[in-house]
Ligand binder design. Structure first.
Ligand code: HEM
Length: 82
C-alpha cells in the first residue's frame, strides 16, 4: 500500500479530545481511535487518559492489551507514523 503520512509528537498531541479527534501512538505508529471510544471494553474515559500521546505507559499497567487480537484491532485505526 501507499506510505503513511508522517506526524510529529507535537501534531499528535493536538488530537487529545473528541472534538479534535483522539489520536494515540504505539511504537512509531499513529492511530485515530475516535471511532473506537464507544467500543472500548475498558470504557471511553480510559482511552481519553492516553489521548494525544503514547499508549505504552498505560498498557504497562493494563497488560491485557499485549495480545495479538488487541494489536490487530489497533492496526485497523492506523493513520500515520512518527
Ligand atoms: C480492555 C483495546 C486503551 C484500559 C480492552 C480490550 C480491548 C482494548 C480490545 C479487551 C481485551 C480483552 O479482554 O481481551 C484498547 C485499545 C486502546 C485501549 C485499542 C487504545 C486506543 C486503553 C487505555 C487504558 C485501557 C489507555 C487505561 C488507561 C482497559 C481496561 C480494560 C481494557 C481497564 C479491561 C476492561 C474489562 O475487561 O473490564 N482494551 N484499549 N485501555 N482496556 Fe483498553
Amino acid at each position: 500500500g501507499p506510505p503513511f503520512p508522517v506526524f510529529t509528537r507535537q501534531e499528535v498531541a493536538r488530537h487529545h479530545s473528541e472534538g479534535d479527534r483522539v489520536w494515540v501512538t504505539y511504537g512509531s505508529d499513529v492511530f485515530d481511535v475516535t471511532d473506537f471510544l464507544e467500543l472500548h471494553p475498558g470504557g471511553k474515559s480510559k482511552i481519553l487518559l492516553a489521548a494525544g500521546g503514547a499508549l505504552e505507559p498505560f498498557w504497562a499497567l493494563y497488560a491485557m492489551h499485549k495480545q495479538e487480537h488487541v494489536l490487530e484491532l489497533l492496526q485497523g485505526y492506523k493513520v500515520g507514523e512518527l
